[in-house]
Design a protein around this ligand. Structure first.
Ligand code: PEP
Length: 250
């Protein structure tokens, strides 16, 4: 059975006080694994330690929105997985479209990060998705196929249990334009097929991997998305940053 994960991406939003207060409300209002849904939140880096401490032992998982694929070293402004481990963070998001678009992250750099994280025992949430112009010019599957193949190359078969994928069409992020369940399902099924083709024997791995949908997910559209065979949860930005809308996803 694949895990249903309801992940909240707080991005570069919220003050320290707001982040801690949201975490406290999540702890009170979202019972661990309620309705078999796993809660996972990604505060911004500066709030990570306080939120991780507050949610320790609550069943709510806490992840980082990024990391640098190295142990402690001279990479000014970056964060090592080793430092994340020390504050109890065991999940890292890689390849969010905002990092690809605005910070120039390539599939190969994402691959370096995913491989490093898995080797260090972290769970990696790897994001893929096409832009509006890529969709309109019929390139959706080519773009996503490359993001999957290049982003996941060289990963050992036994590490896939620590990997979560997210399909986030860029045109649906923060725009209020959610993909229809059928549009999302079509891409999720394609992603599963691509994973199945990564190496000999990957068919079973592909069936067991959770693929989340992201892009304007709200309490009123999540149920229809989750009914689709290959949609195993949501990666949610705006609606995860307020307790009522985040709790409404469970
Ligand atoms: C996101 O940040 O990954 C996201 C999907 O944002 P939103 O839910 O606001 O579209």
């Amino acid at each position: 059975m694949r895990k249903t994960v309801i992940a909240g991406n707080w991005k570069m939003n919220l003050s320290e006080k707001e982040a801690v207060s949201l975490a406290q409300s999540i702890k009170e209002k979202i019972p661990p694994k309620s309705k078999d849904r796993v809660a996972l939140v990604f505060p911004s880096m500066i709030h990570l330690a306080s939120v991780a401490k507050l949610l320790e032992g609550s069943g709510v998982l806490v992840g980082a929105q990024n990391c640098y694929p190295s142990g402690l070293a001279a990479f000014t402004g970056e964060t090592s997985p080793e430092q994340l481990k020390e504050i109890g963070v065991g999940v890292v998001m890689i390849g969010h479209s905002e990092r690809r678009q605005f910070l120039g992250e390539s599939n190969s750099f994402c691959n370096e990060k995913v491989r490093f994280l898995l080797k260090e025992g972290f769970t990696a949430l790897y994001c893929v998705g096409e832009t509006l112009s890529e969709r309109e010019s019929g390139k959706t599957f080519a773009v996503i196929g490359a993001q999957i193949r290049e982003g996941l190359q060289g990963i050992e078969s036994n590490s896939f249990s620590k990997l979560i994928l997210a399909y986030e069409p860029v045109w649906a992020i923060g725009t209020g334009k959610v993909a229809t369940p059928a549009q999302a399902q079509e891409v999720h099924a394609f992603i599963r097929k691509e994973v199945a083709g990564l190496f000999l024997g990957a068919a079973e791995v592909a069936q067991s991997i959770s693929i989340l949908y992201g892009g304007s997910v709200k309490p009123d559209n999540i149920q229809a998305l989750l009914k689709e065979a290959d949609i195993d949860g949501g990666l949610v930005g705006g609606a995860s940053q307020k307790i009522d809308s985040y709790a409404g996803l469970f």
